[in-house]
Each structure stands twice: as C-alpha cells, then as structure tokens.
Design a protein around this ligand. Structure first.
Ligand SMILES: [Fe+2]
Ligand SMILES: [Fe+2]
Length: 245
C-alpha cells in the first residue's frame, strides 16, 4: 500500500555535523543557523559541536543558537568528550534551548527523532569482535551499548516515521573517501543492524565524524543515510543537508 502524505505532513530537517566550534570564534554559525531555521522545521546537529568539549566553546555556540524559531536537536561527538566536562558543556547548550536526543527522543510534527553518539569498530565482515584482551572487549562493548541505546530509543517511538541522528557512521558507504586504515574508527555496522530492525519506520539517518566521506548512502535494507559533516559536499553546494521526512 502506498503511503499518502500531503505537503502539510512533510517535515523538513536541516542537518549539519562537525561544526567544531572554537573558544575564540565570533558568531561562527549565526548566519548559517538563521538560514537553516528559515528553510526547515527542525535543526539537527550531528555531534562534534565543539573542538574539545569545553563549556566556553559551548557558550560561543549557544550565542549563535539563541532565539532560533525552530527546535534544535543534537547528539554529542567524540570531540565533545575530550575535556571530560560533558555535563557542564551540555548545561550551557540546554539553557540555549538545545534538546539532546540521547537523553530524550522526541516527536515533532508526527516524526520521532532519536539519536546516540555511536562508536567505532568497523563495518560488515571487517567488524571487530569481542575476543581476546579485555581492552578489545571493552572497545566492542562500547559499540554494542550505543547500538542497544539506539534500539531502546527506537522502541519508544510511537510515531510511524522516525529520523535517526548519529555522530559515528552506521555504514561504510558514507565514509568512502577517508583512508581505509581508519574505517574502524569512523563507525560501526552494529548501528545499521539496529536501524534495519526498524526498516520502514526509520525514514532517514544522518551522521558526521567522517569529514572526508561521501554524502549519500543506504543501509543494507535500503534506509537512506546521509553524512552531514560540515566539510562534505552536499546538494546545492550548501554546508548543511535539507532532508524531507
Ligand atoms: Fe569531527
Ligand atoms: Fe568526530
């Protein structure tokens, strides 16, 4: 049966990752965010919001986000964990209206938005297994836990349509362009396996982290995946992606 949606049902998502805001920057994204908010119903930030996860960096970002007319949804990236000040930097952004999806999935205009940071481990047949040293098991366990967190968030969605936000890549297709030697640190197929268990419900996935990857790909079952890292060339030459759900 073909799903019929009117224009009014379509939710437009403007998404960007890896904005890496620096402490010394002066309104680095004010104009870009204003443009994104004008063209979309929701603004999504796919991790690496800051360079080192400092509250002072978050304050620079918060200034540029303040007063936007659309909801701002985000996940953290690995850079945001660098300083070990996650709670303080999140607090700055929450006060500026940012909604962190890893803590609370949310529904906007009939679309369930869920997100986690994700983790590495590699793709498909090359995926790292929990075998041998405790350090390897711990590494794999981190990826498994992120995938389980995503799964439980997707189960909570009551809406028919879901939109998934990650920092790490769920497929190899959108990291192509990066050196093959670093693929295991760019993402994990465990995330795609989870997404494909919700095939049909998940309408699109965005991620960042692979700054030199490729914009568009798909999970093994065909769910669209977009690498929205700021440096990736996107449709229309924009720094952000515009995705209709
Ligand atoms: Fe990044
Ligand atoms: Fe990253």
């Amino acid at each position: 049966m073909t799903e019929e949606r009117t224009t009014a049902d379509i939710v437009r998502v403007a998404a960007i990752g890896d904005i890496h805001v620096a402490e010394t920057a002066v309104h680095p994204y004010r104009d870009l965010f204003a443009e994104m908010a004008e063209r979309a119903d929701v603004l999504v930030l796919a991790g690496d919001l800051t360079n080192h996860g400092k509250p002072a960096e978050a304050a620079v970002l918060a200034e540029d986000l303040r007063g936007l007319s659309v909801p701002v949804l985000a996940v953290l990236g690995n850079h945001d964990l660098e300083c070990g000040e996650v709670a303080a930097m999140k607090e700055v952004l929450v006060r500026a209206g940012v909604h962190f999806l890893d803590e609370n999935p949310c529904e906007i205009k009939g679309v369930g938005f869920v997100g986690v940071k994700g983790f590495g481990g590699g793709f498909e047949r090359m995926m790292l297994d929990a075998f041998g040293e405790p350090a390897i098991k711990q590494f794999v366990s981190e990826a498994v836990q992120e995938a389980m967190h995503l799964e439980s968030a997707l189960r909570q969605v009551e809406a028919e349509r879901s939109f998934v936000v990650l920092h790490y890549a769920p497929i190899a297709g959108t990291v192509q362009g990066e050196p093959p030697e670093i693929y295991p640190f760019l993402g994990s197929s465990r995330l795609a396996e989870t997404i494909d268990r919700f095939h049909g419900q998940v309408r699109a996935v965005v991620h960042g982290h692979a700054h030199h990857g490729r914009y568009a790909g798909a999970t093994p079952r065909g769910t669209p995946v977009y690498n929205v890292a700021r440096t990736i060339e996107k449709e229309g030459g924009r720094a952000y992606a515009l995705i209709e759900v």
